[in-house]
Design a protein around this ligand. Structure first.
Ligand code: P6P
Length: 337
């Protein structure tokens, strides 16, 4: 005999599941009648690869893929297996999605030819930033930038396509493989965050229209080379301590950036004698996060110039990186050098 469930009892089973990322992307595309759907497809290709990487990371400890390969990257740094796996997953999804003509990956040597010379977009990606943290189960991230190529569609891509300043980004975002997997991105019209529900294999809009608090209680910096930091930075760090702000430094850029984005705070990676141009890479890490920060009301600078206005001269160009809550970064910039 069937029980007649009262409507109120059904509410537990009929609550709205929310907006999936695919539906969100489609809704945003509809706001631009001239949109062809190429950017939407490209974003979905990144979403797909991120789901696969989320699964690999969440079982890394069991599948023996936490260790190192015998490969080195362009900096002579040993590559981890998950770096390579993430690189393969993202580049394969992008190539098969057919919306990019070329991919510049922090893991791969040189520009990857996507075999789609008519595609109008290029992607610059750090497939797995902070991957050394995986062995100790600390969150890591993917950082990506989407640019419109400057070379003619139908011709081979050029080096210039991958040396554009951050202001030229069509879209930028990151994936944080943390306690939950989140994808946060912008196309220049605000910042939105999506949380992955593995049991459904879907991202759902969980953080609409993210606004970075104008100030915050956190500053993120590794002070191992404090004495060699620029004077302005040393003075700013002392200011933070005098205000009893809290140091929060995970050593995983996307993690630190995401916390500061939601709670308010500032991330500092200064130049010092061992890294005269800073450690972070302008094209692979700084530009995407700087676009997200500015779109959310924050500020991103190299200590003098806006990050997004810096024209890279080479793919691996590094930059000092000071990024976060508007008032906190402005206080840093206001300090006389
Ligand atoms: P340090 C990871 O290697 C990374 O690129 C970022 O994710 C992180 O914020 C930074 O370097 C950590 O660098 O010198 O503090 O170990």
């Amino acid at each position: 005999m069937y029980f007649d469930k009262k409507k109120a009892e059904l509410d537990d089973f009929t609550y709205p599941i929310g907006t999936t990322i695919d539906r969100f992307i489609a809704q945003k595309q509809a706001e631009f009648p001239q949109a062809t759907g190429e950017l939407s497809q490209l974003l979905k290709d990144i979403v797909l690869a991120s789901k696969v990487i989320s699964r690999e990371i969440n079982r890394a400890g069991l599948s023996g893929i936490e260790g190192m390969t015998d490969e080195e990257n362009v900096h002579g740094e040993k590559q981890r297996m998950l770096d390579v796996i993430a690189d393969v997953r993202f580049t394969r999804a992008l190539v098969r999605g057919r919306q990019v003509c070329g991919i510049l990956s922090e893991v791969s040597e040189g520009i990857i030819d996507a075999g789609n010379p008519n595609a109008k977009y290029v992607v610059v990606i750090d497939p797995l930033d902070g991957s050394s943290n995986i062995d100790v189960n600390i969150a890591v991230g993917t950082v990506f930038s989407i640019y419109e190529r400057v070379s003619e569609p139908g011709t081979p891509f050029t080096n210039e396509d991958f040396l554009q300043e951050g202001d030229k980004q069509i879209a930028a975002g990151y994936v944080l493989y943390g306690a939950s997997t989140m994808l946060v991105y912008t196309t220049g019209y605000g910042v939105n965050g999506f949380t992955y529900e593995p049991s459904l294999g879907e991202y759902f809009l969980s953080h609409p229209n993210i606004q970075q608090p104008e100030s915050g209680e956190y500053f993120s910096v590794n002070e191992n080379h404090f004495e060699e930091f620029p004077t302005k930075i040393k003075a700013y760090i002392k200011q933070c301590k005098d205000k009893h702000l809290s140091t929060r430094y995970v050593g995983s850029l996307v993690c630190d950036f995401h916390r500061n984005l939601l709670k308010g705070g500032v991330y500092l990676y200064p130049s010092h004698h061992l890294s005269p141009d800073g450690k972070l890479r302008l094209s692979f890490e700084c530009n995407a996060l700087a676009m997200i920060a500015e779109q959310a009301g924050g500020v991103a600078t190299d200590g003098e110039k806006r990050i997004l206005g810096i024209k890279p001269t080479w793919h691996q160009q590094r930059s000092p990186f000071y990024c976060g809550s508007k008032k906190m970064v402005e206080e840093l910039l206001a300090i006389d050098s």
